[in-house]
Design a protein around this ligand. Structure first.
Ligand SMILES: Cc1cc2nc3c(=O)[nH]c(=O)nc-3n(C[C@H](O)[C@H](O)[C@H](O)COP(=O)(O)OP(=O)(O)OC[C@H]3O[C@@H](n4cnc5c(N)ncnc54)[C@H](O)[C@@H]3O)c2cc1C
Length: 543
């Protein structure tokens, strides 16, 4: 199997998910039964087959950039540019299999060493009318790092990988300042000697950077316990063409609107985040994962809602619907799955929905005390306790998604995810209508869903879709399905067009439905203030 995610500069996914790279024959047979004959397999094209236009970076701009970062840190090398040509959505990956579909390749890659260099790079780019795409881990799944030129003379990828330091730790306040290019595992490695953890674990943890997580309002798998990334951000340092901007002087403030939130979620369109001050917590002494099954999606959602509203959620709380639970059992072809099915049948569970809980705490006793009432509530609601096995299996496989996606892509499967969120009262309608939209747009798809971020007032829904790939028009096939789902979500609007992936290019047409015309003009005015000539991330967030 081809490892298409092993980008030279961005590093491979860790071996933790390697087991998922191989799909057992039984799983492939099951998939064929469900979605029909698999689409034509298009292998990953070698780099030499991909069209890379000549760099349009004017020589004057190149010389000025070299004057800031050093000549060796401004490159127009073909491989380096290709490496930053887009993110990791299904469509991004398809474009590497269908060379004719066209990649957005930056004209150059610029690698500043520190916040001061980032600031000066922006000033040079503004002076030479060159667009700038801030590039963190490149894991965007909404077109956030597509190298769109807009009306600019050229566009460069501003890669933050050299901003890789822990700047300071304030143990008393439990705040750490990290540079924007630090990736998830490195952040944990840097914080560990101080006894702290960030506790932010998205599925893209291995590659996503601190700056990217802040710029997209990321949500990690333990969001119920540690909060979303924006909840952790106490301050930001932002380079903008209008000058440097630092925000965050106190834990809370009534000094006008919270401008930190113009930086957090700005997706590179309002500045380049160079440093982030984050709230950290002591490294937990104990981590415990476990599984339960609840009979029926609606009942299970009701159980999670009650836990959220009564402050009883585990740090990781992840509820799969009947289809996702079924697929997990089908793809986990071992004897344990068969035994589990038999056990659930004996317990008269007709529509099993798997609930995974993960707990962090200073000691086993503290974790036991926290989970006692939650487990009591689950039992009272008829949930079947499955013990540590399913929870641990989920923990072991929690980074395997990208590798499994590669295996499915190799088989000719259309495989993609989309996420949204709504208030509890609208969640059933959102769930039903998005499923119907996806089913209506694709032939014989498997549409599965989980709820992995719950709040007192509502929750997110995360859909995964599998369908036989349309070999003749694979990109259009998914674009139509995604458009149908987004239009459904934006109708009303019923929910948000993105709970944690961001807007990028893909969701920009739906932003107005969510924030209104006034909201769009407020964002546009903010952009004019910090980026008067519009060099920052052309075409993203605001169209
Ligand atoms: C397999 C997979 C699983 C994922 N799972 C999750 C998940 O569980 N939770 C989640 O929230 N997301 C998830 N994502 C989406 C993605 O990882 C997040 O959006 C992440 O926050 C992006 O971080 P990054 O460093 O890779 O940013 P990039 O992809 O490099 O950039 C994302 C956006 O932020 C901008 N940007 C990047 N760095 C900066 C900066 N320093 N200053 C200003 N703008 C910047 C970019 O221009 C772009 O618009 C997943 C993606 C993949 C491929």
């Amino acid at each position: 199997m081809t490892e298409i995610l092993d980008h030279r500069l961005r590093g491979a996914w860790t071996p933790e998910g390697a087991a998922a790279a191989h799909l057992p024959d039984k799983a492939v047979r099951w998939l064929t039964q469900r979605i029909g004959p698999l689409g034509a397999d298009a292998p990953v094209a070698p780099d030499s087959a991909l069209a890379v236009p000549d760099s349009r970076l004017p020589s004057g701009a190149r010389a000025a950039l070299a004057g800031v970062v050093g000549a060796e840190q401004v490159t127009t090398d073909r491989a380096e540019r290709l490496d930053r040509a887009g993110g990791l959505s299904y469509l991004d990956l398809l474009r590497r299999r269908h060379p004719a579909s066209g990649l957005s390749v930056p004209d150059a890659v610029v690698l500043p060493a520190d916040p001061a260099e980032v600031q000066r790079v922006l000033e040079v780019c503004a002076a030479h009318d060159v667009g700038v795409v801030p590039f963190g881990g490149g894991t965007s799944v909404v077109g956030g790092v597509a190298a769109l030129r807009g009306d600019k003379a050229a566009v460069v990828a501003l890669d933050l990988e050299r901003l890789d330091r822990l700047v300071s730790v304030d143990p008393e306040s439990r705040i750490a300042v990290l540079q924007a290019g630090v990736r998830g595992p490195e952040a944990e490695r840097l914080l560990a000697p101080h006894g702290f953890t960030l506790g932010h674990v998205p599925q893209s943890f291995e590659r996503a950077t601190i700056g990217g997580l802040a710029a997209t309002r990321s949500a990690g798998q333990a969001s119920a316990g540690y909060g979303r990334f924006e909840d952790m951000v106490t301050g930001v340092r932002l380079a903008t063409p209008s000058g440097e901007w630092r925000l965050g002087v106190a834990p809370a403030s009534a000094a006008g609107p919270d401008l930190r939130h113009l930086a957090v979620g700005s997706e590179g369109a309002l500045g380049v985040i160079t440093e982030v001050a984050v709230r950290v917590r002591p490294v937990p002494g104990v981590r415990r994962f476990e599984g339960f099954v609840v009979d029926g999606w609606e009942r299970a959602v009701g159980v999670v809602r009650a836990l959220a509203q009564d402050g009883l959620l585990a740090d990781v709380t992840r509820l799969s619907d009947v289809d996702e639970t079924g697929v997990s059992l089908a793809l986990n072809a071992g004897w344990k799955a068969a035994a589990l099915r038999a056990y659930l049948a004996a317990r008269r569970v007709a529509e099993p929905c798997l609930l995974v809980l993960g707990w962090d705490g200073p000691s086993a006793r503290a974790v036991a005390a926290r989970r006692r009432e939650t487990v009591r509530r689950l039992r009272a609601a008829g949930a079947v306790a499955l013990g540590a096995g399913p929870g641990e299996a989920w923990r072991r496989g929690r980074f395997s998604g990208p590798r499994q996606r590669d295996a499915l892509l190799d088989l000719g499967v259309c495989v993609e995810t989309l996420e949204t969120a709504a208030y509890w009262s609208r969640l059933p309608e959102l769930y039903a209508r998005v499923r119907a939209a996806l089913r209506g747009a694709l032939a014989r798809p498997v549409v599965m869903c989980h709820l992995s971020h719950a709040y007192e007032t509502g929750a997110s829904l995360y859909f995964t879709v599998l369908a036989a790939r349309d070999g003749a028009g694979p990109i259009g096939q998914w674009e139509r399905a995604k458009a149908a789902a987004c239009a459904t979500i934006a109708d009303g609007p019923l929910g948000t067009v993105s709970h944690h992936h961001g807007v990028g290019v893909d969701h920009a047409p739906y932003l107005g439905a969510e924030v209104g015309e006034v909201g769009l003009s407020v964002l546009a005015a903010a952009k004019r203030a910090v980026d008067p000539t519009g060099i920052l991330n052309p075409g993203k967030l605001l169209r």
